[in-house]
Design a protein around this ligand. Structure first.
Ligand SMILES: [Zn+2]
Ligand SMILES: [Zn+2]
Length: 338
């Protein structure tokens, strides 16, 4: 089968890889309906994460179950399924408390930018759709696998609720879908930080009421000004840099909440700043599995259309171009036709 392998910074190749086989009785193998590149794939692509050996890429996936192990009972061959970037049993105490991404048996997924993918803990990890989806629903279901689920968790962690003012740091796919999540959760005002016209337009379409182009302390000052000097109730941090995290904290009112989901790179929060902020911080790798049934339902009923974040579509063979386009910010998110 064909699949994407990263050999080093800026070096993405599509190669012949061995067909996956069942390793454990709890595994399933799925045939991908579509694949995509994640903003977090750009960290190693840009050299911010070291690549010591060639790495099969991709952790977002939707597709049809091809084969199941002898201990798999919930998921059947032929089912259309959505999973998340961390496989989980969905039965341990941590999973049952809604933190499947910290499951005691968790397995980080990689290798979904390919034709086939082995999925561990299939019964706990995979969620079956009500039937075979219409082609136009596939991008949205793929978005649920990570960027929508992550944006959703960020909004939940930031305690978004009716009547609240929300600010969103980061105009990548996760930030934009954080806007959508905030709208679905009833936020009254949603302020998106963005300097790019196309991303601003999509943010508005997803529910942003205001756009702020300033960033850093300047951006936070604008949010304070817009909120009577107080700051937002809920702030989503969807970048993962020091500047973004400090901007998020500075944009939050005393007693407010920051939901942070940008993969943290060298973020250090000064203790005196944290102590003086009176801000709640909650985040980390999103427990997407917890939200999948609800998100699939919203997509299936065509209530939300998160697939709009895919503004580039190329064949799997052209994955290198998909990475380049996202790296150069020519594309928000690239879909790979498998
Ligand atoms: Zn991702
Ligand atoms: Zn678990």
């Amino acid at each position: 089968m064909r699949g994407v392998v990263m050999h080093g910074a800026g070096d993405v190749r599509v190669e012949d890889l061995p067909m996956p086989t069942l390793q454990e009785p709890t595994d399933a193998i799925i045939r991908l309906a579509a694949a995509c590149v994640c903003g977090s794939d750009l960290w190693p692509y840009r050299g911010a994460d070291e690549i010591r050996r060639p790495r099969p890429m991709g952790h977002e996936y939707v597709g049809v179950v091809e084969e199941v192990g002898s201990a798999v009972s919930e998921v059947k061959v032929g089912d259309f399924v959505v999973g998340s970037f961390i496989a989980s049993d969905n039965t341990c105490e941590i999973c049952r408390s809604g933190y499947q991404s910290a499951c005691v048996q968790r397995v980080g997924m990689t290798g979904s930018q390919a034709e086939y993918l082995p999925v561990p803990l299939a019964d706990g990890t995979l969620v079956t759709t009500p039937g075979q989806p219409a082609a136009e629903l596939v991008p949205s279901l793929l978005a649920a696998s990570d960027v929508l689920g992550t944006g959703w968790f960020a909004a939940a962690a930031a305690q978004v609720a009716p009547g609240r003012t929300v600010a969103v740091v980061g105009d990548g796919a996760v930030g934009l879908l954080g806007v959508l999540a905030a709208r679905e959760m009833g936020a009254e005002r949603i302020i998106a930080f963005s300097r790019h016209a196309d991303r601003q337009a999509l943010a508005r379409e997803f529910g942003a009421t205001d756009i702020v182009t300033e960033r850093g302390d300047e951006g936070a000052a604008v949010v304070k000004e817009m909120t009577g000097g107080l700051g937002a109730h809920s702030v989503i941090e969807a970048v993962g840099t020091q500047e973004a995290m400090l901007q998020a904290i500075a944009s939050t009112r005393a007693g407010g909440h920051v939901g942070f989901v940008g993969v943290s790179h060298d973020v250090e929060i000064p203790g005196n700043l944290l102590f003086g902020s009176h801000v709640h911080l909650h985040g980390g790798p999103a427990p997407v599995r917890a939200y999948l049934p609800e998100l699939i339902d919203l997509i299936w009923n065509r209530h939300i259309d998160p697939g709009k974040v895919f503004d580039l579509e190329v064949p799997l063979e052209d994955a290198a171009e998909a990475y380049r386009a996202m790296d150069e910010r020519r594309a928000i998110k690239a879909l790979l036709r498998v």
